[in-house]
Every structure is written in structure tokens, then in C-alpha cells.
Write a protein that binds this ligand. Structure first.
Ligand code: ZN
Length: 247
């Protein structure tokens, strides 16, 4: 099995503007997310990072062509993400690149375009305890995880979450305030695998949480299809009257 080529995309703007975010993530959230993936996948993965302020947001055609799985954390700059780059990512996903969308990435252009709905939700930032319930035991994304784990402080994300019905529901979260949320949702679009995972507000150290790191690494592993040869033939069929395998 070949190396999994992972690109961790981080908007990296809160980190430069807010002391609390810098305190939790001195090298940026993307660096911490990348470390968590390396911690679990080790030599099997080659992980690099890209950020909003780089040319083409660090996601040139070359970078995406060498990416088996892209992870996405964005928030305040959703609208500023170049449509050309968004379309480039969408095309790569349809041809088999994995996409892991984290937390406020629910509002990103790329997630909205792949889902086709608003992807909006209910939220409250009050440092509440989140319980993440595993509702897909046996699924590769829940490997090594307990039935439930707690994140001591989180932003509440609650239903209704305006997404299409997930192909697989992996986690449901509940919060101190009583709300519930489909916090881990798997989708397929074209030949690509997509996973949305909601824990990860920037003012809490969520990406240092061992179980959260495990989920993200498992999801990268699940979404990766290294060596996949995209195969799609569209348009007028050229099949001969005697069949596909006719000489
Ligand atoms: Zn948030």
C-alpha cells in the first residue's frame, strides 16, 4: 500500500488575531491537526499543510494532484476563498480525493457545493461539555474509540443541521444545554469520500484532545484511496453490437 498524501488546509487567521487562539495553537491549528494525523498514521502518511494567505491558498493544481486526502478548517474567510480553487477541489473529490471538513468548515464554499444545501446549523459559544456518541461501532472511522467521549469545553452545534441525509452517520453529540447534533457524517460524491466532523472551535484546545485526533486520523485513512485510477466514460456509447469485449 502506497503512502497516503495528506494536505491539511487551515485558514490561519484567528491564530494571528486572537491571543487565546495563539495560546492553544502557537504554530496554527493546521500544524496541530497535522501532528495528530502523523501521530496515528506515522510513516504511512506524508502530511503537508496549506493556508489561506498563500498563493492559490496553497492549493495549486500540482498540490491537489499530489493529495489523496484534503482536510479543511475555515471560518472567517469562507467568502474570500477563490472560486477557481473551490472548483478545482470539487473536481478532485469527484475523481476520488478524500475530503475531511472540520467544525466551521460546514459553511465553506467547497462543502456547500458538494452537499447542495445551506449546511447551516444552530450554535452557541458558551464553553459547554460535548459528549460525542459513537453510533457506528465497527466503522473504520470509529476504530479504537470508546462508545462515548467527552470534550470538556466546546461551542455547541445543534440541529437542525441542513445537510443531505448522510450516507453513513458515525457520531451524534449532545451538549450541556440539551441540544443534539449529527457531529460525524460520511458522504460519497462521485468517486470521493467526504467526512464532516464538528468538534474544533478555535478558542478551545479541541485538536489536542486524544480522541478527536484519533477520529481525524481514522477519517483520513478511510477517505484515502491512493492509486485509484479514476474511470468515467460519459457521452455517446461506442460499444459494438457484439459487446464490450469484441475484438
Ligand atoms: Zn466555532
Amino acid at each position: 500500500m502506497g503512502t497516503l498524501r495528506v494536505t491539511v488546509w487551515g485558514e490561519n487567521l484567528h491564530e494571528q488575531r486572537e491571543a487565546i487562539v495563539q495560546a492553544h495553537y502557537p504554530r496554527g491549528m493546521h500544524a496541530t491537526i497535522a501532528e495528530g494525523i502523523e501521530e496515528h498514521l506515522g510513516q504511512r502518511a506524508h502530511v503537508r499543510t496549506a493556508t489561506f494567505e498563500q498563493p492559490q491558498h496553497g492549493l495549486s493544481e500540482e498540490v491537489l494532484a499530489e493529495t489523496d486526502v484534503l482536510t479543511w478548517w475555515g471560518h472567517i474567510a469562507h467568502a474570500g476563498v477563490d472560486d477557481t480553487v473551490v472548483e478545482r477541489i470539487r473536481e478532485r473529490v469527484l475523481l476520488g480525493m478524500g475530503l475531511i471538513v472540520l467544525h466551521s468548515g460546514h459553511g465553506s464554499k467547497i462543502f456547500g457545493r458538494l452537499m447542495g444545501t445551506t449546511c447551516m446549523l444552530r450554535w452557541r459559544d458558551a464553553g459547554e461539555r460535548e459528549l460525542v456518541w459513537n453510533v457506528a461501532p465497527g466503522h473504520p472511522i470509529t476504530r479504537g474509540l470508546p462508545e462515548v467521549f467527552a470534550i470538556p469545553e466546546q461551542e455547541m452545534y445543534g440541529e437542525f443541521f441542513d445537510i443531505p441525509q448522510p450516507d453513513e452517520l458515525i457520531f451524534i453529540s449532545s451538549f450541556t444545554g440539551g441540544e443534539v447534533f449529527r457531529s460525524g457524517c460520511a458522504f460519497r460524491r462521485g468517486q470521493g469520500r467526504i467526512f464532516y466532523f464538528s468538534p474544533g472551535h478555535e478558542t478551545y484546545p479541541v485538536y489536542h484532545h486524544p480522541a478527536v485526533r484519533r477520529v481525524i486520523a481514522n477519517a483520513v485513512d478511510w477517505a484515502a484511496q491512493p492509486g485509484l485510477a479514476p474511470y468515467s466514460t460519459f457521452g455517446k456509447a461506442l460499444k459494438s453490437p457484439t459487446g464490450w469485449y469484441a475484438p
